[in-house]
Ligand binder design. Structure first.
Ligand SMILES: [Zn+2]
Length: 463
Protein backbone atom coordinates (compact mmCIF):
# COMPACT_ATOMS: atom_id res chain seq x y z
CA UNK A 1 0.00 0.00 0.00
CA UNK A 2 2.73 2.38 1.06
CA UNK A 3 4.88 1.43 -1.90
CA UNK A 4 2.05 1.88 -4.36
CA UNK A 5 1.15 5.28 -2.98
CA UNK A 6 4.77 6.36 -2.95
CA UNK A 7 5.07 5.20 -6.53
CA UNK A 8 1.94 7.10 -7.49
CA UNK A 9 3.28 10.19 -5.81
CA UNK A 10 6.59 9.86 -7.64
CA UNK A 11 4.70 9.39 -10.91
CA UNK A 12 2.59 12.44 -10.27
CA UNK A 13 5.67 14.49 -9.45
CA UNK A 14 7.30 13.25 -12.63
CA UNK A 15 4.23 14.06 -14.71
CA UNK A 16 3.98 17.48 -13.13
CA UNK A 17 7.66 18.18 -13.87
CA UNK A 18 7.27 16.92 -17.43
CA UNK A 19 4.22 19.07 -18.12
CA UNK A 20 5.94 22.10 -16.59
CA UNK A 21 8.95 21.47 -18.86
CA UNK A 22 6.70 21.15 -21.92
CA UNK A 23 4.89 24.32 -20.99
CA UNK A 24 8.22 26.12 -20.61
CA UNK A 25 9.16 24.97 -24.11
CA UNK A 26 5.89 26.33 -25.42
CA UNK A 27 4.77 22.85 -26.42
CA UNK A 28 1.70 22.97 -24.24
CA UNK A 29 1.01 20.93 -21.15
CA UNK A 30 -1.87 18.54 -20.89
CA UNK A 31 -3.60 19.31 -17.59
CA UNK A 32 -6.53 17.19 -16.51
CA UNK A 33 -9.58 18.45 -18.32
CA UNK A 34 -11.88 20.71 -16.35
CA UNK A 35 -14.57 18.06 -16.35
CA UNK A 36 -12.24 15.72 -14.46
CA UNK A 37 -10.94 18.12 -11.86
CA UNK A 38 -12.68 18.27 -8.47
CA UNK A 39 -14.31 21.31 -6.93
CA UNK A 40 -13.60 22.33 -3.33
CA UNK A 41 -16.23 23.50 -0.85
CA UNK A 42 -14.40 24.63 2.31
CA UNK A 43 -16.85 25.42 5.12
CA UNK A 44 -15.71 26.98 8.40
CA UNK A 45 -17.97 27.56 11.37
CA UNK A 46 -16.32 30.20 13.51
CA UNK A 47 -16.12 29.41 17.24
CA UNK A 48 -17.38 25.80 16.98
CA UNK A 49 -16.23 23.37 19.67
CA UNK A 50 -15.74 19.81 18.44
CA UNK A 51 -17.82 18.44 21.31
CA UNK A 52 -20.98 20.14 20.02
CA UNK A 53 -21.26 17.82 17.01
CA UNK A 54 -23.25 14.63 17.36
CA UNK A 55 -20.54 12.74 15.47
CA UNK A 56 -18.08 13.86 18.18
CA UNK A 57 -20.33 12.53 20.94
CA UNK A 58 -22.75 15.37 21.68
CA UNK A 59 -26.18 13.99 22.70
CA UNK A 60 -28.32 17.09 21.98
CA UNK A 61 -28.98 16.50 18.28
CA UNK A 62 -27.59 19.89 17.23
CA UNK A 63 -25.86 18.86 14.01
CA UNK A 64 -27.75 16.28 11.91
CA UNK A 65 -26.32 17.69 8.66
CA UNK A 66 -22.71 17.75 9.83
CA UNK A 67 -23.17 14.24 11.21
CA UNK A 68 -24.38 13.07 7.81
CA UNK A 69 -21.42 14.74 6.15
CA UNK A 70 -19.13 12.96 8.63
CA UNK A 71 -20.66 9.63 7.66
CA UNK A 72 -19.84 10.26 4.01
CA UNK A 73 -16.18 11.15 4.56
CA UNK A 74 -13.29 11.14 6.98
CA UNK A 75 -13.88 12.34 10.52
CA UNK A 76 -10.72 13.39 12.33
CA UNK A 77 -11.47 12.85 16.01
CA UNK A 78 -8.43 14.65 17.36
CA UNK A 79 -7.94 17.73 15.18
CA UNK A 80 -6.09 20.75 16.53
CA UNK A 81 -6.19 24.40 15.55
CA UNK A 82 -2.98 26.37 15.96
CA UNK A 83 -4.40 29.44 17.67
CA UNK A 84 -7.40 30.14 19.90
CA UNK A 85 -8.72 33.03 17.81
CA UNK A 86 -9.70 33.92 14.31
CA UNK A 87 -6.87 35.79 12.57
CA UNK A 88 -3.87 33.52 13.29
CA UNK A 89 -5.95 30.35 13.11
CA UNK A 90 -7.31 30.96 9.60
CA UNK A 91 -3.86 32.16 8.50
CA UNK A 92 -2.51 28.74 9.57
CA UNK A 93 -5.27 26.90 7.73
CA UNK A 94 -4.60 28.75 4.48
CA UNK A 95 -0.77 28.91 4.60
CA UNK A 96 -0.03 25.56 6.27
CA UNK A 97 2.24 27.37 8.74
CA UNK A 98 2.16 27.86 12.51
CA UNK A 99 1.37 31.38 13.80
CA UNK A 100 5.03 31.97 14.69
CA UNK A 101 5.90 31.21 11.09
CA UNK A 102 3.24 33.21 9.22
CA UNK A 103 3.23 36.13 11.66
CA UNK A 104 -0.45 37.06 11.32
CA UNK A 105 -2.05 37.86 14.67
CA UNK A 106 -0.96 40.10 17.52
CA UNK A 107 -2.81 42.37 19.86
CA UNK A 108 -4.64 45.59 19.17
CA UNK A 109 -3.35 48.16 18.21
CA UNK A 110 -0.61 46.00 16.68
CA UNK A 111 -2.54 43.42 14.70
CA UNK A 112 -0.51 42.03 11.85
CA UNK A 113 -1.69 40.60 8.56
CA UNK A 114 -0.20 37.96 6.30
CA UNK A 115 2.96 38.98 4.45
CA UNK A 116 2.32 39.27 0.69
CA UNK A 117 5.16 36.82 0.03
CA UNK A 118 3.56 33.95 1.99
CA UNK A 119 1.76 31.58 -0.40
CA UNK A 120 -1.83 30.58 0.37
CA UNK A 121 -3.82 27.54 -0.67
CA UNK A 122 -6.31 29.76 -2.53
CA UNK A 123 -3.47 31.20 -4.64
CA UNK A 124 -2.36 27.66 -5.47
CA UNK A 125 -5.81 26.69 -6.73
CA UNK A 126 -6.33 29.97 -8.54
CA UNK A 127 -3.00 29.59 -10.35
CA UNK A 128 -4.10 26.11 -11.41
CA UNK A 129 -7.18 27.52 -13.13
CA UNK A 130 -9.84 27.22 -10.44
CA UNK A 131 -12.46 29.92 -9.93
CA UNK A 132 -11.94 30.96 -6.30
CA UNK A 133 -14.28 32.77 -3.92
CA UNK A 134 -14.69 33.44 -0.21
CA UNK A 135 -17.88 34.43 1.60
CA UNK A 136 -16.76 35.75 5.00
CA UNK A 137 -18.21 37.57 7.99
CA UNK A 138 -15.45 39.17 10.05
CA UNK A 139 -12.87 41.86 9.37
CA UNK A 140 -9.95 39.44 9.86
CA UNK A 141 -11.10 37.60 6.72
CA UNK A 142 -11.57 40.79 4.73
CA UNK A 143 -9.07 42.40 2.35
CA UNK A 144 -7.04 44.24 5.02
CA UNK A 145 -5.28 41.24 6.59
CA UNK A 146 -4.33 39.24 3.51
CA UNK A 147 -5.55 35.91 4.93
CA UNK A 148 -8.01 35.48 2.06
CA UNK A 149 -5.46 36.40 -0.61
CA UNK A 150 -6.02 34.21 -3.66
CA UNK A 151 -9.82 34.29 -3.48
CA UNK A 152 -10.63 36.21 -6.62
CA UNK A 153 -14.18 36.95 -5.50
CA UNK A 154 -14.09 38.12 -1.87
CA UNK A 155 -17.53 38.76 -0.42
CA UNK A 156 -16.38 39.95 3.01
CA UNK A 157 -19.09 41.52 5.11
CA UNK A 158 -17.99 43.74 7.96
CA UNK A 159 -20.61 44.66 10.48
CA UNK A 160 -20.76 47.43 13.02
CA UNK A 161 -21.63 45.30 16.02
CA UNK A 162 -21.40 41.66 17.02
CA UNK A 163 -25.18 41.79 17.29
CA UNK A 164 -25.74 42.72 13.65
CA UNK A 165 -23.91 40.04 11.72
CA UNK A 166 -24.85 38.55 8.36
CA UNK A 167 -26.70 35.46 9.47
CA UNK A 168 -26.14 31.93 8.27
CA UNK A 169 -29.19 32.08 5.98
CA UNK A 170 -27.85 35.08 4.06
CA UNK A 171 -24.36 33.56 4.02
CA UNK A 172 -25.69 30.37 2.41
CA UNK A 173 -27.67 32.48 -0.08
CA UNK A 174 -24.47 34.35 -1.07
CA UNK A 175 -22.59 31.07 -1.52
CA UNK A 176 -25.36 29.55 -3.65
CA UNK A 177 -25.58 32.70 -5.78
CA UNK A 178 -21.86 32.49 -6.58
CA UNK A 179 -22.10 28.77 -7.33
CA UNK A 180 -25.10 29.40 -9.57
CA UNK A 181 -22.99 31.62 -11.81
CA UNK A 182 -20.21 29.07 -12.38
CA UNK A 183 -19.35 27.75 -15.80
CA UNK A 184 -17.19 24.79 -16.79
CA UNK A 185 -14.08 25.69 -14.79
CA UNK A 186 -13.48 23.92 -11.48
CA UNK A 187 -14.01 26.04 -8.37
CA UNK A 188 -12.78 26.50 -4.81
CA UNK A 189 -15.32 28.16 -2.52
CA UNK A 190 -14.67 29.12 1.12
CA UNK A 191 -17.80 29.79 3.21
CA UNK A 192 -17.42 31.26 6.70
CA UNK A 193 -20.29 31.28 9.23
CA UNK A 194 -19.99 33.61 12.22
CA UNK A 195 -23.27 32.95 14.08
CA UNK A 196 -21.82 30.80 16.89
CA UNK A 197 -19.56 33.69 17.92
CA UNK A 198 -20.95 35.95 20.68
CA UNK A 199 -23.45 37.38 20.91
CA UNK A 200 -25.57 34.27 21.24
CA UNK A 201 -28.95 35.17 19.84
CA UNK A 202 -30.39 32.26 17.83
CA UNK A 203 -33.47 32.54 15.59
CA UNK A 204 -36.71 31.80 17.50
CA UNK A 205 -37.19 28.32 16.00
CA UNK A 206 -33.81 27.15 17.29
CA UNK A 207 -34.12 29.05 20.58
CA UNK A 208 -37.42 27.23 21.19
CA UNK A 209 -35.73 23.86 20.73
CA UNK A 210 -32.37 24.27 22.43
CA UNK A 211 -32.39 27.21 24.91
CA UNK A 212 -32.81 26.57 28.63
CA UNK A 213 -36.55 26.34 29.42
CA UNK A 214 -36.73 29.81 30.98
CA UNK A 215 -35.27 31.40 27.82
CA UNK A 216 -37.34 29.68 25.15
CA UNK A 217 -40.05 32.35 24.88
CA UNK A 218 -37.88 35.34 25.69
CA UNK A 219 -35.42 37.53 23.83
CA UNK A 220 -32.69 37.12 26.45
CA UNK A 221 -29.29 36.88 24.85
CA UNK A 222 -25.73 36.84 26.07
CA UNK A 223 -22.43 38.23 24.80
CA UNK A 224 -23.50 41.64 23.56
CA UNK A 225 -20.85 44.14 22.58
CA UNK A 226 -21.08 45.75 26.03
CA UNK A 227 -20.84 42.41 27.83
CA UNK A 228 -17.89 41.23 25.76
CA UNK A 229 -15.91 44.39 26.43
CA UNK A 230 -16.83 44.35 30.13
CA UNK A 231 -15.73 40.73 30.33
CA UNK A 232 -12.40 41.38 28.65
CA UNK A 233 -11.82 44.23 31.08
CA UNK A 234 -12.61 41.99 34.05
CA UNK A 235 -15.85 43.77 34.94
CA UNK A 236 -18.38 41.04 34.13
CA UNK A 237 -19.06 38.47 36.85
CA UNK A 238 -19.57 34.97 35.43
CA UNK A 239 -21.79 32.68 37.47
CA UNK A 240 -22.37 29.10 36.47
CA UNK A 241 -26.14 29.47 36.04
CA UNK A 242 -25.73 32.31 33.54
CA UNK A 243 -23.02 30.41 31.68
CA UNK A 244 -25.29 27.36 31.41
CA UNK A 245 -27.99 29.54 29.85
CA UNK A 246 -25.46 31.19 27.53
CA UNK A 247 -24.08 27.82 26.43
CA UNK A 248 -27.59 26.62 25.55
CA UNK A 249 -28.07 29.67 23.31
CA UNK A 250 -24.66 28.96 21.76
CA UNK A 251 -25.89 25.40 21.06
CA UNK A 252 -29.00 26.80 19.40
CA UNK A 253 -26.86 29.01 17.14
CA UNK A 254 -24.90 25.92 16.11
CA UNK A 255 -28.12 24.05 15.30
CA UNK A 256 -29.18 26.98 13.10
CA UNK A 257 -25.82 27.03 11.27
CA UNK A 258 -26.03 23.26 10.81
CA UNK A 259 -29.43 23.66 9.13
CA UNK A 260 -28.01 26.29 6.79
CA UNK A 261 -24.99 24.14 5.94
CA UNK A 262 -27.46 21.36 5.20
CA UNK A 263 -29.21 23.67 2.75
CA UNK A 264 -25.88 24.63 1.17
CA UNK A 265 -24.88 20.97 0.73
CA UNK A 266 -28.28 20.04 -0.65
CA UNK A 267 -28.71 22.91 -3.10
CA UNK A 268 -25.12 22.82 -4.32
CA UNK A 269 -25.24 19.08 -4.92
CA UNK A 270 -21.83 18.89 -3.23
CA UNK A 271 -22.44 15.39 -1.89
CA UNK A 272 -23.48 13.98 -5.25
CA UNK A 273 -20.55 11.77 -6.33
CA UNK A 274 -20.98 12.83 -9.95
CA UNK A 275 -20.23 16.45 -8.99
CA UNK A 276 -16.68 15.56 -7.90
CA UNK A 277 -16.72 17.99 -4.97
CA UNK A 278 -14.32 17.83 -2.02
CA UNK A 279 -16.08 19.12 1.11
CA UNK A 280 -14.11 20.26 4.16
CA UNK A 281 -15.73 21.32 7.41
CA UNK A 282 -13.79 22.76 10.32
CA UNK A 283 -13.65 25.62 12.81
CA UNK A 284 -10.96 28.16 13.65
CA UNK A 285 -11.28 27.61 17.43
CA UNK A 286 -13.78 26.63 20.09
CA UNK A 287 -15.40 28.52 22.96
CA UNK A 288 -15.01 28.26 26.73
CA UNK A 289 -17.91 28.15 29.17
CA UNK A 290 -16.03 28.02 32.51
CA UNK A 291 -14.21 24.78 31.53
CA UNK A 292 -11.09 26.34 33.04
CA UNK A 293 -12.74 29.23 34.83
CA UNK A 294 -13.24 31.65 31.93
CA UNK A 295 -15.56 32.44 29.06
CA UNK A 296 -15.21 32.89 25.27
CA UNK A 297 -11.90 32.50 23.40
CA UNK A 298 -8.52 34.03 22.63
CA UNK A 299 -7.12 33.60 26.16
CA UNK A 300 -5.84 30.00 26.50
CA UNK A 301 -4.79 26.92 24.55
CA UNK A 302 -6.86 24.34 26.45
CA UNK A 303 -8.85 21.80 24.44
CA UNK A 304 -12.16 23.67 24.59
CA UNK A 305 -10.43 26.26 22.38
CA UNK A 306 -8.11 24.23 20.15
CA UNK A 307 -9.93 20.90 19.70
CA UNK A 308 -11.89 21.54 16.52
CA UNK A 309 -14.07 19.42 14.25
CA UNK A 310 -12.47 18.35 11.00
CA UNK A 311 -14.42 16.50 8.30
CA UNK A 312 -13.16 15.79 4.80
CA UNK A 313 -15.55 14.21 2.31
CA UNK A 314 -15.01 13.47 -1.34
CA UNK A 315 -17.88 11.17 -2.35
CA UNK A 316 -16.79 8.66 -4.91
CA UNK A 317 -13.11 9.42 -4.36
CA UNK A 318 -12.48 8.94 -0.66
CA UNK A 319 -13.76 6.06 1.46
CA UNK A 320 -15.52 7.13 4.68
CA UNK A 321 -13.82 6.45 7.99
CA UNK A 322 -12.78 7.71 11.39
CA UNK A 323 -9.20 8.81 12.07
CA UNK A 324 -8.19 8.79 15.72
CA UNK A 325 -4.56 9.86 15.29
CA UNK A 326 -3.90 13.56 15.97
CA UNK A 327 -4.49 15.77 12.93
CA UNK A 328 -3.42 19.37 12.49
CA UNK A 329 -4.84 22.37 10.70
CA UNK A 330 -1.54 22.84 8.87
CA UNK A 331 -2.27 19.52 7.18
CA UNK A 332 -5.58 20.65 5.65
CA UNK A 333 -4.20 22.67 2.72
CA UNK A 334 -1.75 19.90 1.69
CA UNK A 335 -4.64 17.41 1.86
CA UNK A 336 -6.66 19.54 -0.56
CA UNK A 337 -3.67 19.78 -2.88
CA UNK A 338 -3.29 16.00 -2.90
CA UNK A 339 -7.00 15.42 -3.55
CA UNK A 340 -6.92 17.91 -6.43
CA UNK A 341 -3.58 16.62 -7.73
CA UNK A 342 -1.83 19.97 -7.31
CA UNK A 343 1.74 20.43 -6.13
CA UNK A 344 1.70 22.30 -2.80
CA UNK A 345 3.99 25.32 -2.45
CA UNK A 346 7.33 24.41 -0.82
CA UNK A 347 6.55 26.69 2.13
CA UNK A 348 3.72 24.43 3.36
CA UNK A 349 4.71 22.86 6.68
CA UNK A 350 1.97 20.27 6.82
CA UNK A 351 1.52 17.05 4.92
CA UNK A 352 -1.58 15.43 3.51
CA UNK A 353 -3.85 13.73 6.02
CA UNK A 354 -4.89 10.98 3.62
CA UNK A 355 -2.07 8.75 4.82
CA UNK A 356 -3.49 8.75 8.36
CA UNK A 357 -6.70 7.23 7.03
CA UNK A 358 -4.93 4.26 5.49
CA UNK A 359 -2.18 3.88 8.07
CA UNK A 360 -3.71 4.33 11.53
CA UNK A 361 -0.47 3.16 13.11
CA UNK A 362 1.52 5.95 11.43
CA UNK A 363 3.67 7.93 13.84
CA UNK A 364 1.61 10.90 15.09
CA UNK A 365 2.87 14.33 14.17
CA UNK A 366 3.71 16.90 16.80
CA UNK A 367 1.59 20.02 16.84
CA UNK A 368 1.83 23.57 18.19
CA UNK A 369 -0.95 25.91 19.34
CA UNK A 370 -0.11 29.45 20.35
CA UNK A 371 -0.95 33.11 19.91
CA UNK A 372 -3.52 34.08 22.55
CA UNK A 373 -4.41 37.75 22.23
CA UNK A 374 -5.66 37.98 25.81
CA UNK A 375 -3.89 37.03 29.01
CA UNK A 376 -0.34 35.74 29.41
CA UNK A 377 1.56 34.30 26.42
CA UNK A 378 1.30 30.52 26.27
CA UNK A 379 1.98 27.65 23.93
CA UNK A 380 0.75 24.07 23.73
CA UNK A 381 2.80 21.21 22.31
CA UNK A 382 1.22 17.90 21.35
CA UNK A 383 3.12 14.63 21.19
CA UNK A 384 0.60 11.86 20.61
CA UNK A 385 -1.94 12.06 23.44
CA UNK A 386 0.46 14.03 25.65
CA UNK A 387 -0.06 17.76 25.77
CA UNK A 388 2.34 20.22 27.33
CA UNK A 389 1.32 23.81 28.03
CA UNK A 390 4.01 26.37 28.71
CA UNK A 391 2.93 29.74 30.09
CA UNK A 392 4.49 32.55 32.04
CA UNK A 393 1.66 32.40 34.54
CA UNK A 394 1.64 28.68 35.39
CA UNK A 395 4.95 27.35 34.12
CA UNK A 396 4.59 23.82 32.77
CA UNK A 397 1.37 21.79 32.66
CA UNK A 398 1.19 18.24 31.34
CA UNK A 399 -1.98 16.35 30.38
CA UNK A 400 -2.71 12.89 29.02
CA UNK A 401 -5.66 13.49 26.70
CA UNK A 402 -6.44 9.77 26.44
CA UNK A 403 -7.58 9.56 30.05
CA UNK A 404 -8.08 13.27 30.76
CA UNK A 405 -9.54 14.99 27.68
CA UNK A 406 -10.80 17.92 29.75
CA UNK A 407 -7.34 18.68 31.14
CA UNK A 408 -8.39 18.49 34.78
CA UNK A 409 -5.32 16.70 36.19
CA UNK A 410 -1.97 18.34 35.61
CA UNK A 411 0.74 15.66 35.70
CA UNK A 412 3.72 17.95 35.34
CA UNK A 413 4.87 17.41 38.94
CA UNK A 414 4.30 13.66 38.98
CA UNK A 415 5.93 13.25 35.58
CA UNK A 416 8.37 16.09 35.57
CA UNK A 417 10.88 14.26 33.35
CA UNK A 418 8.26 13.76 30.64
CA UNK A 419 7.23 17.43 30.87
CA UNK A 420 10.86 18.46 30.43
CA UNK A 421 11.24 16.08 27.50
CA UNK A 422 8.31 17.70 25.69
CA UNK A 423 9.57 21.17 26.57
CA UNK A 424 12.86 20.17 24.95
CA UNK A 425 11.03 19.02 21.80
CA UNK A 426 9.21 22.32 21.61
CA UNK A 427 12.46 24.22 22.03
CA UNK A 428 14.13 22.26 19.23
CA UNK A 429 11.13 22.77 16.94
CA UNK A 430 11.01 26.44 17.80
CA UNK A 431 14.62 26.98 16.82
CA UNK A 432 13.94 25.49 13.41
CA UNK A 433 10.98 27.76 12.64
CA UNK A 434 11.49 30.38 9.99
CA UNK A 435 9.78 33.35 11.55
CA UNK A 436 7.71 35.90 9.71
CA UNK A 437 6.58 39.07 11.39
CA UNK A 438 3.53 39.38 9.23
CA UNK A 439 2.62 42.67 7.71
CA UNK A 440 1.67 45.72 9.73
CA UNK A 441 -1.88 46.68 8.97
CA UNK A 442 -3.10 50.24 8.90
CA UNK A 443 -6.57 50.14 10.35
CA UNK A 444 -8.99 52.86 9.37
CA UNK A 445 -10.93 54.52 12.18
CA UNK A 446 -13.94 52.59 10.95
CA UNK A 447 -12.14 49.23 11.04
CA UNK A 448 -10.79 49.92 14.51
CA UNK A 449 -14.25 50.88 15.74
CA UNK A 450 -15.67 47.65 14.31
CA UNK A 451 -13.06 45.53 16.08
CA UNK A 452 -13.84 47.29 19.31
CA UNK A 453 -17.44 46.20 18.95
CA UNK A 454 -16.14 42.63 19.07
CA UNK A 455 -14.19 43.43 22.20
CA UNK A 456 -10.77 43.73 20.59
CA UNK A 457 -9.94 46.84 22.57
CA UNK A 458 -6.86 48.27 24.21
CA UNK A 459 -8.74 47.60 27.41
CA UNK A 460 -8.01 43.87 27.14
CA UNK A 461 -4.72 44.51 28.88
CA UNK A 462 -6.57 45.53 32.02
CA UNK A 463 -8.01 42.07 32.41
ZN1 LIG B 1 -12.95 32.93 15.23
Amino acid sequence: MLASRTTMKALRTLLFAASAALAALGLGACPASDTERPNVLFVAVDTLRADRLGCYGNPRGLTPNLDRLAGLGLRFDDATSHAPWTLPSFASLFTSLYPTEHGAGGRLPDFRGLAASTPTVAETFRAAGFDTAAITNVDFLGPTYGVCRGFEHLDAVSFDSNEELRRAGATTDAALAWLGARGERPWFLFVHYFDAHASYDPPPEFRARFAEPEDRDTAWRFGSRAELIAHRQGRLPLDRATMTRAAALYDAEIAYVDAEIGRLLERSGALDPTRRTIVVLTSDHGEEFLDHGAWEHGHSVYQELVHVPLLVAAPGRLAPGVVRSPARHVDVAPTLCELADLAPPPTFRGTSLLGLATEPSAKPKNSLSEGAFLGPPQRAWRHGADKLIVSEERGLELYDLTVDPREARDRSRAEFARALELAGELEVADKAFRRAHGEAVELSAEERARLETLGYTDGVEKR
